[in-house]
Write a protein that binds this ligand. Structure first.
Ligand code: ADP
Length: 466
């Protein structure tokens, strides 16, 4: 646990792109000095321009820069940064990094290393969650990995089942098995993949839900034992397990289901001694039953939709908790206002199987006034653009191709969706190919408007989306 808490006046942000800019925006507003870090490819990047100070980490490759633990810690030492915000990706869920910070006496804006470790292994995490009374997908997550035993467990669960690598992540080492006949071949394949990717062959088996929604709950805990949930997000619109459009609240949730899922998520966080912002991901079945999938022990890409409906700044919450303060609000002080969407703008070409695109952004602008929208207004026409780039910037092939996130808020879902479409149309991007037209097709799709959501939405509507 983070027992000793130190105040800090300088924050180093160990990330790049839109999330580095977004974290620094709140840090500045709180009167903190900001330090950026960068690789050679980012020497002139927006997050570097916006920071009070910037430190070079190394060459373009992430492994030699943004993922280099010693270089990041040295940068914090040199600039007198008392705390490090990891953003998402890179070092945000790296246990050894958090331990190194604990030793160096630098505050990590995130959970203790022990909580990251507890959620890092899927089998171990499921065991802990079952202990905490969090519902799990029916399945097997035991230590005995004998072929015949796994097969008989799969038979018991009933096909289709999903084989998952215990050590897995990013969709690797995961296969659907349609029937008993295909089990052994799938098991062999998954083990090979998992061994290659994670150096570990342990498998777990889950009932494969055929039409689930991905609904995740935002939780927050402080170091004084308080924990709350800031409601849920629906992230069912995914392409190859990558989220594309997110919204909050999740459509069609009863107040009772919202409370049940929220309370289960807080129990999950408490079970592992969680501190800070976390997300508990669930699969939600058509009949309203929900199952724990995993916990992300960091701030999520899609956190702004939660900020829009709750009126809270989650990065401010994170920084206050890291300073040892109590959570700003109690559960009964949190409410949902209106509806919010987020669309992820990627530098990629939907016409070429979403191949990442590079080049110079001749123009990157959002003409809100021309579209009758506003960035500060309340309610039906509020738009926020979280971006890591500006006109003139170069998009390289070294990092994640996400350029920006367009976030909107409306009084209700229909209004918010109309605003999203107007905002997408008002976005002017030239010089680099993006997925904007694809986002527009999604956001105007009758099935999306009609809330026909499940994790295979894009696959099912392929004919009308491409
Ligand atoms: P990873 O850590 O590799 O991303 P997850 O366990 O988070 O793997 O699952 C990734 C995605 O796979 C989920 O968002 C969901 O769409 C799908 N998925 C996972 N488990 C199941 C299941 N039991 N049934 C159906 N779909 C699932």
């Amino acid at each position: 646990m983070t027992s000793e808490v130190k105040k800090f006046d300088t924050l180093l942000v160990a990330n790049r792109g839109e999330i580095a800019c977004r974290v620094m925006r709140t840090a500045r507003a709180m009167g903190l000095r900001t330090v950026a870090v960068y690789s050679d490819a980012d020497a002139n990047a927006r997050h570097v321009r916006e920071a009070d100070e910037a430190v070079r980490l190394g060459p373009a490759a992430a492994r030699e820069s943004y993922l280099k633990v010693e270089a990041v810690i040295e940068a914090a030492r040199r600039t007198g940064a008392g705390a490090i915000h990891p953003g998402y990706g890179f070092l945000s869920e790296n246990g050894p990094f958090v331990e190194a910070l604990e030793k160096a006496g630098i505050t990590f804006v995130g959970p203790p290393a022990s909580a990251i470790a507890a959620m890092g292994d899927k089998s171990a995490a499921k065991e802990r969650m079952s202990h905490a009374g969090v519902p799990l997908v029916p399945g097997y997550h035991g230590d005995d990995q004998d072929d015949a035993l796994l097969k008989s467990e799969a038979d018991k669960i009933g096909y289709p089942v999903l084989l998952k690598a215990s050590a897995g992540g990013g969709g690797k080492g995961m296969r659907v098995v349609e029937s008993a006949a295909g089990f052994q071949a799938a098991l062999d394949g998954c083990r090979r993949e998992s061994q290659a990717a994670f150096g570990d062959q342990r498998m777990l088996i889950e009932k494969y839900l055929t039409q689930p929604r991905h609904v995740e709950v935002q939780v927050f805990c402080d170091s004084h034992g308080n924990g709350v949930y800031l409601f849920e997000r629906d992230c069912s619109v995914q392409r190859r397990h990558q989220k594309v459009l997110e919204e909050a609240p999740a459509p069609g949730m009863s107040a009772e289901l919202r409370r049940e899922m929220g309370e289960a998520a807080v129990r999950a966080a408490r079970e592992i001694g969680y501190v800070g912002a976390g997300t508990v991901e669930f699969l939600l079945d058509a009949d309203g039953s929900f199952f724990f999938m995993e916990m992300n022990t960091r701030l999520q890409v899609e956190h702004p939709v939660t900020e829009m409906i709750t009126g809270q700044d989650l990065v401010e919450w994170q920084l206050r908790v890291a300073m040892g303060e109590r959570l700003p609000l109690a559960q009964d002080e949190l409410t949902i206002t209106g509806h919010s969407f987020e669309a992820r703008l990627y530098a990629e070409d939907p016409e070429q199987d979403f191949l990442p695109a590079t080049g110079r952004l001749d123009r990157f602008a959002l003409d809100l006034v021309g579209a009758g929208l506003s960035s500060s207004g309340k309610g039906s026409n509020k738009v926020r653009l979280d971006s890591g780039v500006e006109s003139g910037d170069v998009v390289s092939m070294h990092y994640d191709p996400m350029l920006a996130k367009l976030i909107v808020h409306g009084d209700d879902r229909d209004q918010a969706l109309a605003t999203l479409n107007r905002a997408l149309a008002a976005l002017d991007v030239q010089g680099v190919v993006t997925n904007r037209a694809f986002l527009q097709r999604l956001a105007t799709h009758p099935a999306f408007k009609g809330c026909e959501l499940d994790t295979r939405f894009i696959e099912k509507n392929e004919a009308t989306l491409f």
